[in-house]
Ligand binder design. Structure first.
Ligand code: NAP
Ligand code: FE
Length: 359
């Protein structure tokens, strides 16, 4: 058993400005990695550039990270970073820019290597320093060592083998307050999947469950907001971000489980948003698990039953019809991956996977 979470986390209002000294101390020129526009719209980009400028640190922007970032995007960002001689990376955004920032930091530290380095299990993993600033309340990428990338050459999406933690995570709920309901629903569903999958996992320990259990309690505080039953407060947004961060700490120790494993094909081939795709399989996963464990974590989130959780998913994320061939394909792919089949604390065969997938 070990517990290792080396990212320094600050979580509070005006977090970036409050800790500008530590952010600026990471280097002399930052490559700021973002998605198309939300980093600017939510105010995080302005806070970061102001914080850097206050301490004389220059910056260059790479604002081209797409959802489910591709290896090609990482290599383009590395080129920009190396050309301007940036010496650290700041990821601002949802999981896509934050995951991209980790991979870019790895490749900037190894400027002569080509893209295959990302997938080289024997390669050395040092990076230039990394700060992560979440603007969704879902992935917890600011505290996980995972970078999930899309490989168009193989038509797949998955984690790279390198384990890369950020040095600094700056969490401010106000950034997520600008997000539309759909993004809030999908990303908080991702966080719930992390919490539940980590709890019901063959690698769960008392320490990982400490993060998961408390994360579920914090997650539950803003459930009514996602359901549209009341207006969100600033505290709700901070709670959503904190739940996502605690969920990240939980999966940093256990990894995710079958719902995530099955979800990647839905995102790649049916273009379903990540959190929604994971949530698609969550109730099915819980139905296979130890009812005592499941009962405990349902109560912690305020669900009376697995069916109530399923209703919540349908109400908040919507349940799309997924083409049968995609469901068949994802079951087959996970069945063929022994590592993934060993993630749950119960045996997984084809029948179990088919029940979880609802086919
Ligand atoms: P995302 O893919 O980063 O972003 C989804 C959309 O939300 C984008 O259109 C983005 O716009 C927008 N957006 C982000 N923040 C916003 C805000 N504050 N207001 C309005 N719009 C906003 O979404 P995500 O669900 O956070 O991340 C999903 C990715 O993370 C997937 O690739 C998934 O596999 C990965 N993931 C990683 C981990 C991990 O441990 N590292 C865990 C789970 C999932 P812009 O394009 O304009 O930014
Ligand atoms: Fe996820």
């Amino acid at each position: 058993m070990n517990f290792y979470m080396p990212a320094k986390v600050y979580s509070e209002e005006n977090c970036v400005m409050n800790h500008a000294v530590e952010l600026a101390a990471l280097g002399t020129r930052a490559l700021i990695v973002t998605g198309k526009s939300s980093a600017r719209r939510c105010g995080a980009f302005a806070d970061v550039t102001q914080a850097l400028e206050k301490y004389g640190v220059s910056w260059v922007e790479f604002a081209e990270v797409e959802e489910n970032p591709s290896v090609e995007t990482i290599m383009r960002a590395r080129k920009v970073g190396c050309k301007v001689e940036a010496d650290f990376v700041i990821g601002i955004g949802g999981g896509s820019p934050m995951d991209a920032a980790k991979a870019v930091a790895l490749m900037m530290r190894h400027p002569d290597e080509d893209w295959e380095y990302l997938y080289d299990k024997t390669a050395e993993t040092s990076t230039v320093p990394i700060a992560e600033i979440p603007t969704t309340a879902g992935t917890g990428s600011e505290v996980t060592a995972v970078s999930v990338l899309t490989r168009h050459d193989k038509h797949v999406k998955g984690s790279i083998p390198h384990k890369i933690f950020a040095n600094l995570a700056l969490i401010d709920g106000k950034y997520v307050s600008a997000a539309p309901t759909r993004i809030l629903a999908n990303t908080t569903m991702d966080a719930l999947c992390h919490l539940y999958e980590s709890y019901i996992h063959s690698k769960a320990t008392d320490y990982s469950r400490m993060c998961a259990e408390y994360g579920i309690k914090v997650w539950a505080r803003s459930k009514d907001v996602i359901l549209g039953r009341r207006e969100a407060t600033a505290e709700d947004y901070q709670n959503m971000m904190n739940a996502s961060c605690m969920a990240g700490m939980a999966i940093a120790h256990t990894a995710t489980s079958i719902p995530h494993a099955l979800s990647y094909r839905l995102t790649y081939s049916a273009h379903m948003a990540h959190g929604k795709a994971c949530g698609y399989f969550l109730a099915g996963y819980l139905r296979e698990a130890d009812p005592i464990d499941v009962g405990r974590i349902l109560v912690l989130a305020g669900f009376t039953s697995i069916d109530a959780l399923e209703d919540y998913y349908v109400t908040t994320c919507g349940r799309d019809e997924v083409p049968m061939e995609i469901l068949e394909q994802t079951v087959e792919e996970v069945l063929g991956n022994e590592g993934k089949r060993k993630m749950p604390p119960f045996p997984v065969d084809e029948a179990v996977l088919r029940r979880i997938a609802g086919i």
